[in-house]
Ligand binder design. Structure first.
Ligand SMILES: [Zn+2]
Ligand SMILES: [Zn+2]
Length: 451
């Protein structure tokens, strides 16, 4: 033990003899040798023991001059007040200020960083945070070369220490906040070189279900393909294809209330532009970028959205969520059952019994759908097998009827009716003897709410 202790002290003596190091930067080189202490305390302890040993030798007249010189080094390079005070007894004054060779005073300046952070955070709302930092490579290089020179293998990184110590200080400065390593709401990054703080606010996710009450608006914003949003003749110089979208009607108020910089809309599948979305609505997650307000009253948000999107879109069941939910609703959208109501127009007169018979022919069957012609430009051409759980007809006249269809998610209803030039099989047109059938009106009346 004594041998080990001496070895450490000899190393510290050699380092302090050559380099000016603050308590933190000295202590950090021995971080792994003892837990439950800060590096600052470790550094102070090492300087203290080294000073005591040197002074004991001075008092005992053992290499007095050499040891007085060492105490001077501890006072100068170590910036160690007790060493100065000890020297004063021998009439030696040391009052020069030296910056730490490694950190240049950074580890002594936490109050400054706390102030910077508090300034930038202002009124941003959050429950938890994490501290990160960007250090100039010169600082790391100095530390690396010191470690190599003295064969120091017990150190932690300066970044690790800085982030932890600043985190502790911020924790005591903020009220009711916690440090979160996995999914912090905000990441506070100190840029040492620029002496600036960057605030990375993670997105806020809100889950909900929407109803679309009018036809003719897409789920998400459609940029005009012709001009790429610049505005051209084709889009009436607007840059978009449709005046508004479900996404825009919802996000407008969400961004405003959360004070976000933008948003992204994730729907559990989508209905056609000319279809209504009724019943209990379609699940969605809205992702709000850089939200400055997290403590949102969701009831109030719902009312604001519904007042703004009145008679076009309504939202229900809003709740705070996370990124996993997006994957979840996307995956479920392909499986979840949906119920559609389609008004089917028939090109020639068909006997009522034949139409009624569709209920038997199309309930509890599997159909093969090759990617419809109308979406071929954006989806791969392949055959998808989909399940029709039930197919019922009502309001039958000689050339029109209403079909209520309960199917597996992702089924193309218009093509189930028309056949899409044989790309969907079987289909209503074919089952009615090859007459032309088209969907005149289509509504989604239920999306399975199990997710
Ligand atoms: Zn230092
Ligand atoms: Zn255009």
């Amino acid at each position: 033990m004594l041998w080990c202790n001496n070895l450490i002290l000899e190393t510290v003596k050699n380092i302090i003899g050559k380099y000016s190091l603050c308590d933190n930067c000295l202590g950090r080189q021995f971080a792994l040798l003892i837990t439950g202490l800060s590096n600052e305390t470790r550094g102070k302890a090492l300087k203290t023991v080294l000073l005591m040993r040197a002074h004991k030798r001075v008092v005992g007249n053992e290499n007095k001059e050499e040891n007085l010189k060492l105490i001077e080094k501890i006072a100068r390079n170590g910036q160690f007040i007790p060493a100065r005070k000890t020297l004063e007894k021998y009439g030696i004054k040391v009052d020069e200020k030296k910056d730490c060779y490694i950190c240049m005073g950074i580890m002594n300046n936490f109050d400054h960083y706390v102030k910077l952070v508090k300034n930038i955070i202002g009124s941003v709302e959050f429950n938890n945070f994490l501290v990160g930092s960007k250090f100039p490579s010169t600082i790391m290089e100095k530390e690396d070369s010191l470690r190599a020179q003295y064969k120091l293998n017990w150190g932690e990184t300066i970044k690790g220490e800085f982030n932890r110590e600043l985190g502790k200080l911020l924790l005591s400065n903020f009220e009711d906040k916690t440090v979160e390593f996995d999914r912090p709401e905000i990441v506070i990054v100190i840029n040492i070189k620029k002496d600036e703080v960057e605030l990375n606010i993670n997105p806020l996710f809100i889950f909900g279900r929407y109803l679309k009450l009018i036809r003719g608006i897409p789920q998400t914003h459609w940029t005009c393909k012709n001009c790429n949003g610049q505005g051209c003749e084709e889009c009436d110089n607007k840059g978009y294809k449709y005046k508004t979208s479900v996404e825009e009607l919802i996000s407008e108020k969400v961004i405003e209330i959360c004070e976000g910089s933008g948003s992204k809309f994730h729907g559990a599948g989508r209905e056609d532009i000319d279809a209504l979305m009724l019943g209990t609505g379609r699940p969605f997650v809205i992702e709000i970028k850089n939200p400055k307000k997290l403590f949102i009253d969701l009831d109030n948000l719902k009312q604001e959205i519904n007042a703004y999107a009145k008679e076009k879109v309504q939202v229900i069941d809003l709740e705070f969520s996370d990124r996993d939910r997006i994957r979840n609703i996307k995956a479920n959208a392909q499986m979840a059952r949906k119920t559609y109501r389609a008004t089917v127009k028939i090109s020639s007169e068909i006997h009522e019994n034949k139409i009624k018979n569709l209920e038997t022919l199309l309930s509890d069957v599997k159909i093969d759908q090759r990617t419809p012609n109308r979406v071929l430009h954006r989806r791969a051409d392949k055959v998808r097998r989909k399940k029709i759980y039930s197919f019922s007809v009502s309001e039958i006249s000689s050339n029109q009827f209403i079909a209520t269809i309960n199917t597996q998610g992702g089924t193309y209803i218009k093509e189930l009716i028309s056949g899409d030039e044989g790309r969907t099989h079987p289909n209503v047109s074919e089952l009615l003897g090859g007459v032309e059938c088209i969907v005149q009106k289509l509504d989604v009346i239920e999306v399975d709410s199990k997710y």
